[in-house]
Design a protein around this ligand. Structure first.
Ligand code: NAD
Ligand code: UDP
Length: 351
């Protein structure tokens, strides 16, 4: 009942740790804190009343990663083939995730995301841990011809970040071909937003946020003066971009449902984690204004390079095969984001 969570101190990782602990799993987090704070894990422990084992380690550091896996491996048998590692699965969130930054720093993205994953896989193989949940992204669908997006749609990517996700998916499929005892769930997330209902953990981007909801939240709290809406001339009902926003706690619950699926030896399985509903940027602004009871000043700006008009999932495969469904609405997402942001205007930093 032990899960290693790489990147567990991050936004989605910390919310997944809450779900894991509340569902009786023991949690071992490996995170280099490159984009997160130790405080997030302390708060996960406070929310759940349970302990996390934490290693501040870069997943590219093979010897440290081996030491961690070895600490959970019984030494009673001398033959390496009979070693028993008590880690049941790895949920692999660790990675860099900013599209624009990946264009400027491709080598950092390939090193962190690809080399990091390869190192993790080598160590997992060494210790006989062959169950993996991987954080993929709807970005692997590129600009789809029709909506909603199904898992069997053609895949294409346009930037180094997306390419790392698609390459890792391919690497994982090759790994399974070479050794069918691997079980791998590729979870393609749509747009995760929101925060734990406690208001104690949430998304805490370093610097100026790239994504819509953290940006709106910082406008609402007065850290930024207005929102730029990137384009109001798309072929969508109100002209602004449409996305499948999914509450991070619903997304986290999807990971909990993926684990028992892995233990049925399914090989490689792929699931969209989205709500199946598209909402526009303008709808999100209005919903956030309602949640915060504040005006969100905005300006209409140029379209952002690389953005598509609309994107939303067909999540029915996950509902059918994992018995998982997103239940929270955009009003829930905005309420919980606001609750987190207003109580923690500087995120996890104290000043
Ligand atoms: P995040 O940056 O909050 O979390 C990632 C965590 O990984 C951070 O805590 C960071 O410190 C850690 N990390 C990064 N590189 C590491 C390394 N080499 N070794 C150890 N730890 C490392 O991001 P998130 O939003 O929680 O995303 C989690 C995963 O989900 C990422 O792989 C991301 O690409 C993927 N994803 C995110 C979104 C999104 O919109 N947030 C959408 C689709 C997919
Ligand atoms: N967006 C915006 N202003 C911002 C950030 C985002 O208008 O400051 C729009 C963006 O053009 C897209 C939607 O919000 O239509 C979601 O963007 P985000 O970066 O959150 O996620 P993406 O779908 O690009 O992964």
């Amino acid at each position: 009942m032990k899960i290693v969570v790489t990147g567990g101190a991050g936004y989605i990782g910390s919310h997944t740790c809450v779900e894991l602990l509340e569902n009786g799993w023991e949690v071992v987090v490996v995170d280099n804190l490159a984009n997160s704070s130790f405080e997030a894990l302390k708060r996960v422990e406070e929310i759940t009343g349970k302990k996390i084992e934490f290693y501040q380690t870069d997943i590219r550091d093979k010897s440290k990663l081996s030491e961690i896996f070895s600490a959970y491996t019984s030494n009673s048998e001398t033959s390496e083939n009979h070693q028993k590692c008590s880690i049941d699965a790895v949920i692999h969130f660790a990675g860099l995730k900013a599209v624009g930054e990946s264009v400027a720093l491709p080598l950092e993205y390939y090193s962190n995301n690809i080399t990091g994953t390869l190192t993790l896989l080598e160590v997992m193989k060494q210790y006989g841990v062959k169950n993996l949940v991987f954080s993929s992204s709807a970005t692997v669908y590129g600009d789809p011809h029709t909506l909603p997006i199904k898992e069997n749609f053609p895949l294409s990517v346009t930037n180094p970040y997306g390419r790392t996700k698609l390459m890792i998916e391919e690497i994982l499929k090759d790994l399974h071909v070479s050794d069918p005892s691997w079980n791998i769930a590729l979870l393609r997330y749509f747009n995760p937003v929101g925060a734990d209902s406690s208001g104690r953990i949430g998304e805490d981007p370093f610097g100026i946020p790239n994504n819509l909801i953290p940006y709106i939240a910082q406008v609402a709290v007065g850290r930024l003066s207005f929102l730029n809406i990137f384009g109001d001339d798309y072929n969508t009902p109100d002209g602004t971009g449409v996305r499948d926003f999914i509450h991070v706690s619903d997304l986290a619950a999807g990971h909990i449902k993926a684990l028992p699926k892995l233990f049925t030896n399914p090989g490689v399985v792929v699931y969209n984690l989205g709500t199946g509903k598209g909402h526009s940027v303008m709808e999100l602004v209005r919903s956030f204004e309602k949640a915060s009871d504040r005006k969100i000043p905005f300006k209409i700006a140029q379209r952002r390079a690389g953005d598509i008009a609309a994107c939303y999932a067909d999540p029915s495969k996950a509902e059918r095969e994992l018995d998982w469904k997103a239940v929270r609405t955009i009003d829930d997402m905005c309420r919980d984001t606001w609750n987190w942001q207003k109580n923690n205007p500087n995120g996890f930093r104290k000043d």
